[in-house]
Structure formats: C-alpha cells, structure tokens
Design a protein around this ligand. Sequence first.
Ligand code: IMP
Length: 192
Amino acid sequence: MKLCFATRNANKIKEIKDKLGDAFEIVSLEDIQCKEELPETTGTIEGNSAQKAQFVWEHYKINCFADDSGLEVDALNGAPGVDSAMYAGVHGDSEANIKLLLKNLQGTIHRKAHFKTVITLILNGDTHQFEGTIEGSILPETKGQEGFGYDPVFLPKGYQQTFAEMSLEEKNKISHRSLATEKLIQFLQSTP
Ligand code: IMP
C-alpha cells in the first residue's frame, strides 16, 4: 500500500520506513510534488495533525498521515503546546524557547508537563488518530547535550536523566513520538 507521510523531515520518513518494512511504500510531500505549506491553524496539536492530513487527502487524493507534537505544561494551561516550535517567536530557536519557558515557570513548584504526539491517518477517506504522551516535569535549568527542542529541561517521570542526557535509543523507548508511531504501525499491520 502507498502512503504519504505529510512531512518534509527526511529523518521522520526514514524512521517510519525502517519500522514499517516493505508492505508499505512511504512517500513524502516532495514525492507527491506538494510544494504548498500545510495549514496548521487550529490551535491544538490534535487539530493541526488532522488539518495537515486532511489537506493532503483533499488536494492529492492519496492515503496519508500527518503528525504534530508539542510540550504541554500544566502550570501554563498547556502552553507552549501547539506553539512549541516558536514559543519565543523564532521557529526552531530552542535556546530562546527554553529561556522563555523557564522564565514563565520561575518561582513555581508546579512543574508537571508532558510531551504529546498525535498522528492522524486518513485511509480511504476514514480518519484515525493515534496519540502518544510521556509525563514528566520541567527542571529549573538545562541538563544534557543530546536531542533537540525542550529535551534539556524535560525530566521524564520515574527517570533520573533528562531527555537530553539519554541516548537517542533510550529516549526512543519511551518517547511520545515512538508511542504514537507504534500505535500507527500496529493499526496498519492489522489492516487487511
Ligand atoms: P513537531 O510537530 O514534531 O515538529 O514538534 C513541534 C515542536 O515541539 C518541536 O519543534 C519542539 O520544539 C517540540 N518537541 C516535539 N517533540 C519534542 C521532543 O521529543 N523533544 C523536545 N522537543 C520536542
């Protein structure tokens, strides 16, 4: 079966190809000649994930899935959430994003947070969502050099190391993205 993963991130495409094996042909947005910026305007991770998949299904009529992830902090009513990538204003500026997050949490002992990934699959017009979350807390300062985004300040519940102190392999065993991806794969592999 041919499936479009609505992303331009080559690492994400490679990861899912490796996990799915030959039963599925995974194609990217480039492969289907999609040059437009996918809409992400719903204000929620679930909504944006669905919106991106819906866009590809409607415009390219191909079975597809899209993902959306973010960090939701309890004391900030779920922020940065859907704005995680550009919390401080510049897309992908992790240092500035972390700095703003720590500033906004200064003085609070309520530091519970979770990472969330929602994958929306549209298969023959039917929509399915798969969610992965990992609970944890936000440290008052950064620890570790690995990973990306908010990894240096995220301490997963029950662990002594931040995501940025773990190897990619260790992080992938418990991460929100891996959990959601596993659910998608199980669904696809059980679909006749
Ligand atoms: P995306 O939807 O996968 O592009 O994720 C959006 C943003 O959420 C990223 O740019 C990061 O700021 C944040 N984020 C998502 N997953 C992670 C993670 O595993 N570690 C750290 N930050 C993450």
